[in-house]
Design a protein around this ligand. Structure first.
Ligand code: NAP
Length: 279
């Protein structure tokens, strides 16, 4: 009997997870199937009961359920607890354990792209929402020289900075201050939705004071290259888009479910193909 996996979110029809995971099952000839389930927020608890009742082996969780779903699980991994959100559930004999692979997925993509250790790097995070929380805490725990959170709502940046400060030197500031002090940072990461389709002409921060050699990254992958990354590239900066974060978070989820190493290239190719509109 095929093992059934899936992703729950609302809305869910734009998710690329079904194509990405199905390609892995085909490639590795696994008897597994992956479905997208559209679950309204008022149906979340019953949907999670359904995961137990129907014996789904593993589930990804996406917007808007990543925080609320924690209330319905049997166990939550330490990092996911710190981040305060779950994006992967593993079902072991009816016991559901929640993980968060978003931050680790981003970290793997960053290390692969930079090919350098991060311990001497000053990092500027723009944004303090869910994605920033996952990435900031993961980077702080991994070890960076310092992490600075800049956000439109300063109180949210301060709250996240306080969580990061247990693991790395950190501070919070306004976007305007970060813009003025941009030349202090080695890695700049946009975690806001500014620049995402359809608002493709917006950028989250001016790059005028970008330090020579600084690395610029955007978690957005629709479009694959945001205006922010295009400007950085035109200034000669190395850049990283959000495609590989998405790919690696999925790879880590797959590895939690199967203990089999995920074929990253297959996953990336499928995602890029769909993003380019070739199916
Ligand atoms: P979220 O929790 O809603 O956070 C949104 C963040 O963007 C907040 O910091 C918010 O600031 C800021 N923001 C939004 N509109 C703004 C504006 N007009 N001006 C200034 N700041 C603004 O969203 P999220 O889940 O963290 O997702 C953020 C982005 O990351 C999205 O584009 C998403 O696609 C991307 N993402 C990518 C991956 C991946 O796998 N590559 C994974 C997760 C997320 P305030 O706090 O002031 O509201």
């Amino acid at each position: 009997m095929k093992k059934i996996m899936g992703v729950i979110g609302y809305p869910i029809k734009h998710s690329l997870s079904p194509q990405m995971h199905s390609a892995v099952y085909d490639k590795l000839k696994l008897s597994m199937a992956y479905h997208a389930f559209e679950v309204r927020p008022d149906q979340l608890e019953i949907a999670i009961q359904g995961v137990r009742g129907l014996g789904l082996q593993g589930v990804n969780v996406t917007i808007p359920h990543k925080v609320e779903v924690m209330n319905y699980l049997d166990e939550i991994d330490g990092l996911a607890k710190e981040i305060g959100a779950v994006n992967t559930i593993v079902n072991v004999n009816g016991r559901l354990k929640g993980y968060n692979t978003d931050g680790e997925g981003y970290l793997r993509s960053l290390l692969a792209a930079m090919k350098e250790e991060l311990s001497s790097k000053s990092v500027l995070m723009i944004g303090a929402g869910g994605a920033s929380k996952a990435v900031s805490l993961t980077l702080a725990k991994h070890g960076v020289k310092q992490i600075v959170i800049a956000n439109r709502t300063l109180a949210k940046a301060q709250e996240l900075q306080s969580s990061c400060s247990r693991f790395a030197a950190s501070s919070a500031m306004t976007i305007e201050e970060a813009e003025q002090r941009l030349d202090e940072f080695d890695i700049i990461i946009n975690t806001t939705s500014i620049g995402m389709l359809p608002e493709i002409d917006a950028i989250p921060i001016s790059l005028q004071r970008l330090k020579k050699g600084a690395f610029v990254s955007d978690l957005i992958y629709t479009p694959v290259q945001t205006k922010f990354l295009r400007e950085a590239e035109e200034m000669g900066a190395p850049t990283l888009n959000g495609v590989d974060m998405f790919v690696y978070q999925g790879a880590l989820a797959f590895e939690h479910w199967t203990n089999i190493e995920a074929p990253i290239d297959t996953m990336r190719n499928v995602v890029l193909k769909h993003l380019k509109g070739e199916k």
